[in-house]
Ligand binder design. Structure first.
Ligand code: ATP
Ligand code: MG
Length: 558
């Protein structure tokens, strides 16, 4: 089950008031990613909030690419973002590119110039930064601040015409260099960049700054509630200034919610891109990545992700969320859906010496012991099977209930077997073990003659399908670490060396043709997803989504 609505929250209260007072007719929100990377779990929260809240009030949501920086943006990212939003199950009303509004933005900048509210500054970026002042000291006016409107208009037009080099001039809003809010100290609103843009090509060599462009984009689209993360709170006065001074007809308002940071990983696109560029992971969709496409390839479902962000909540508080909570929701989602089958990840051959040579019998196995509706399947059993190497010990400690010489265990869905002989190679490594089985103990026949303490899983040898298993651990081992504490300069040193381990084993014959994204519970191992990139019919590759065990409990009040 996924939630069709958001829990009570401050944004909903505001919208309810706005609708009641008539300030807003129809609620319009937008999800505005910059196409400079793939979407991550934090974005899933922003997507979910924007789409779900608008929907709850009968409104709509646009997908808008905030593509005002040509240097970092790419169509690869545009395409992946669209794919991810759709995969999460959201449908945008309109699809927009901020770059489609460049002409409109330029006109609004000219309007500011004519009103004496913007000026062309010849100072370098460093000089502008150095004269901005601090939290306790006001900034200094630029020597170019008092240029006439005519001169500014002429210069700005020549900036557009390509007469100047990158960094030679900028356009700044003329507000107040002494404002207690540093963002109001004549912020830069246009810069020169002779760069090819993924959408507008070489049509422009000046580009609006994000903080100037964003309110205009919202206003152009008639967005009513512009929802963003908390770090933009200090930008809100400038957002309102832009809307008012550019004389936009529509007046959107900005509201901020807390970022979602997942423990044991980084989420900023810059850092994620470092992992990709340095080959530490196998692309943006590596199953260890907290990207939407990585989570998908790992085996997370849209339902699990949405239930997770619902639980993480909307509050303004910035929370670092335990990875265990995300894992909880995928277990919950797959528990009743995923077929439960057997896979041996570290095979040890067992010969059942009293089982007739050449005979193969089919045994009935339930597909999901908690969900009868999933029915049963037939699995082969014969004289040779594989078990997990760790399910046998020659000299076991006490309380070891699995296989050891002289001990009897239950084979899941099959018979009791007893270990009689251990075969070793010249170096003393165990190469196979010999057992006998008791035909009386067949599973499903109601045998009650005696009990055994251990049940182990297995796969019949002659029909076993060789498979690759990719076992994952968090990218960062430290459970307390997250985006906030992991620094760009050093986080690569903290990468968990065990974040990926690849092993070769066997699965049941029924999984030979498993399709990409099919999900299974492998008895005692956990949940696995068929890899979308590398799995092939006949040679399946399985990604560990999450192990079986969890000590995680949802907070009582949820
Ligand atoms: P990053 O810092 O990861 O590169 P960003 O904020 O630059 O992300 P944008 O593409 O600008 O990424 O983000 C699109 C929207 O998603 C914005 O409204 C932003 O506030 C929101 N968003 C980004 N990261 C998170 C997060 N961790 N939690 C919640 N919302 C987020
Ligand atoms: Mg950004």
């Amino acid at each position: 089950m996924t939630h069709a609505s958001t829990p009570p929250n401050f944004i909903k209260n505001i919208i309810t008031e706005d609708l009641k007072s008539g300030k807003v007719g129809k609620v319009i929100t937008r999800f505005p990613p910059e196409p400079n990377g793939y979407l991550h779990i934090g974005h899933a929260k922003a997507i979910w909030i924007n789409f779900t809240i608008a929907d709850e009030f009968g409104g709509r949501t646009n997908l808008r690419f905030d593509d005002t920086n040509p240097l970092k943006e790419d169509v690869e990212y545009v395409n992946s973002i669209k794919e991810d939003v759709k995969w999460l199950g959201f449908e945008w009303e309109e699809l927009h590119f901020a770059s489609d509004y460049f002409e409109e933005m330029y006109k609004r900048a000219l309007l500011l110039i004519r009103k004496g509210k913007a000026y062309v500054d010849d100072q370098s970026a460093d000089e502008i930064r150095e004269t901005r002042g601090t939290l306790t000291e006001p900034g200094q006016n630029s020597p170019y601040r008092d240029r006439s409107a005519e001169e500014n208009e002429d210069l700005f037009k020549r900036m557009r015409a390509g007469e100047f080099k990158d960094g030679e001039k900028v356009l700044r809003a003329k507000i107040d260099m002494a404002s207690p809010n540093i963002n109001l100290r004549d912020p830069i609103i246009y810069r020169i960049a002779h760069a090819t843009h993924h959408n507008t090509g070489d049509a422009w060599c000046i580009y609006p700054m994000y903080t100037f462009a964003h309110p205009l984009e919202d206003a152009i689209e008639g967005v009513t509630h512009s929802l963003c993360t908390i770090e933009f709170e200090d930008q809100r006065p400038f957002y309102d200034w832009v809307i008012a001074e550019t004389e936009m007809e529509s007046t959107p308002h900005q509201y901020e919610f807390g970022r979602l940071n997942l423990a044991q990983t980084v989420t900023s696109k810059r850092k994620l891109k470092m992992l990709v560029d340095q080959g530490i992971v196998d692309g943006w969709d590596d199953p260890r990545m907290p990207t939407i496409s990585g989570l998908r390839r790992r085996g997370y479902t849209p339902e699990a992700i949405k239930n997770f962000v619902f639980e993480a909540g909307i509050s303004k508080a910035q929370g670092i969320v335990d990875l265990k909570m995300l894992e909880h929701f995928i277990r919950e989602d797959l528990k009743m859906k995923a077929p439960r089958t057997m896979a041996v990840l570290d095979p040890l051959k067992v010969v059942i010496t009293n089982y007739p040579e050449g005979q193969v019998e089919m045994l009935e196995a339930e597909n999901n012991s908690e969900n009868e509706e999933m029915g049963t399947r037939q699995i082969p059993f014969s004289r040779e099977i594989y078990i997990e190497r760790e399910d046998f010990m020659e000299n076991p400690p006490s309380k070891y209930f699995r296989l050891f010489p002289g001990n009897e265990v239950r084979l899941k869905h099959a018979y009791f077997i007893k270990c009689n002989e251990v075969i070793k190679d010249a170096e003393g490594n165990v190469t196979e073990i010999h057992c006998t089985y008791d035909p009386e103990t067949k599973s499903g026949t109601g045998f009650t003659g005696r009990k055994v303490k251990g049940t182990i899983h297995w796969v019949e040898a002659s029909q076993a399908v060789p498979a690759e298993f990719r076992l994952y651990e968090p990218l960062i081992a430290d459970e307390e670490a997250d985006e906030e504490t992991l620094e760009e300069k050093t986080f690569l040193d903290q990468i968990n060396p065990n974040s990926l381990r690849v092993v070769q084993g066997f699965v049941e014959p029924g999984l030979k043709e498993a399709k990409p994204e099919d999900k299974f519970q492998f008895f005692r191992h956990g949940y696995f997803n068929v890899d979308m990139k590398h799995s092939k019919p006949g040679a399946p590759v399985f990604n560990l989504i999450v192990s079986m065990k969890s000590s995680f409990q949802l907070p009582k009040n949820s």
